[in-house]
Design a protein around this ligand. Structure first.
Ligand code: SF4
Length: 259
C-alpha cells in the first residue's frame, strides 16, 4: 500500500480511525475547522508551486487576502530561505517513493534544494510556529522526509536537513519563523526501527481485516481524541453525531493541521 506521513500519523493516533478513513473512505479524520485550514493551506501550496514554476500568480493574490499575507511573508523571508547559490537541483512539490517492508513510502517535498555539500528539504506551514516544537520534530513528517531522501540519494546523513517555514505571523510586525532539523545516523536508525515496527503491525492488521473482516484496534475509551472524532458513534464512544462532510482526504492534506 502507498503510505505517506499522514497515513503513519493517523495510524499512530488511532488505527480504527485509519481504517474508517483510508480503507473504507467513510469520511474525514479532521474537524470542519481543520478542513477549512487544510483547504487554505492547500491553496497556498499550489500558489507556491506556480510561483516556483514562473507562472503568473497575481490573480490569486488579488482574490485572496490570506494568500496575499502568506505570500508577502514568504517574499520577506525569501533571501534567507533561498540563500543557496547555484543549486545542482531545485524543485517544488518533489515526489519520492521508497519500497519498504512491502509498502510504498511516499513523500512530497514542498521544495527540495540540492548542492554539492547539502540536501535541504523545505516545508511551508500556514500556521504560526508552535510554542513546543518537539511534537513537530517527532511527527512522521519530520522523520520520514529525511529518511526517504537518505535512502534514495547518495547524500551523507549529516548533509541532510529539513526546515519548516511558518508564514502565519502571530503579530503585525513579526517575520516568518523557521525551524531547522538536522539529521544523523542515530535518527536514521531510530526511524528505520520505528518504521519496521509500525509497518509490521500495520501489515498484520491489514491482513486480518482483509481475510477475516477483523477491525483495526480502537484506542482506549478514555482517550481525548474520541471526544471530537467523527466516528465516535460508529465506535460507540458517543451518542451524538458530528456533522462532517463525507469527503475523502488525499494523504498530502493532513500535514497542514497544526501539531
Ligand atoms: S472514536 Fe476513538 S476509537 Fe473510534 S475512530 Fe475515533 S478516535 Fe478511534
Amino acid at each position: 500500500m502507498r503510505l505517506s506521513q499522514g497515513h503513519l500519523n493517523l495510524l499512530e493516533l488511532c488505527p480504527r480511525k485509519f481504517q474508517h478513513t483510508y480503507l473504507e473512505q467513510l469520511g474525514s479524520p479532521n474537524s470542519p475547522d481543520q478542513q477549512e485550514r487544510l483547504a487554505a493551506g492547500s491553496r497556498f501550496h499550489s500558489l507556491m508551486q506556480q510561483w516556483e514554476m514562473g507562472l503568473p500568480i497575481e490573480p490569486f493574490l488579488q482574490e485572496d487576502p490570506q494568500l496575499r499575507q502568506w505570500f508577502h511573508a514568504f517574499i520577506a523571508a525569501a533571501p534567507q530561505i533561498l540563500q543557496i547559490h547555484d543549486p545542482m537541483f531545485r524543485e517544488s512539490e518533489h515526489l519520492r517513493m521508497l519500497e519498504f517492508q512491502g509498502h510504498m513510502l511516499t513523500v512530497v517535498y514542498d521544495l527540495l534544494i540540492l548542492t554539492e555539500q547539502e540536501a535541504q528539504i523545505l516545508d511551508w506551514k500556514t500556521y504560526p510556529k508552535p510554542l513546543r516544537s518537539d511534537r513537530l520534530s517527532q511527527s512522521w513528517q519530520s522523520r520520514l522526509y529525511p529518511f526517504v531522501l537518505a535512502e534514495t540519494s547518495d547524500f551523507a546523513l549529516e548533509q541532510i536537513s529539513m526546515t519548516y517555514w511558518f508564514f502565519q505571523a502571530k503579530g503585525e510586525t513579526e517575520s516568518p519563523q523557521s525551524l531547522k532539523l538536522s539529521y544523523s545516523a542515530k535518527q536514521h536508525e531510530e526511524t528505520r526501527q520505528g518504521l519496521i515496527r509500525s509497518l509490521n503491525q500495520f501489515s498484520q492488521w491489514l491482513d486480518r481485516y482483509e481475510t477475516q473482516g477483523e477491525f483495526f484496534p480502537q484506542i482506549p475509551e478514555t482517550a481525548e481524541e474520541c471526544s471530537d472524532c467523527s466516528f465516535a458513534i460508529r465506535c460507540q464512544r458517543s451518542s451524538q453525531a458530528l456533522e462532517l462532510p463525507e469527503s475523502f482526504l488525499s494523504f498530502a492534506e493532513i500535514q497542514e493541521v497544526p501539531l
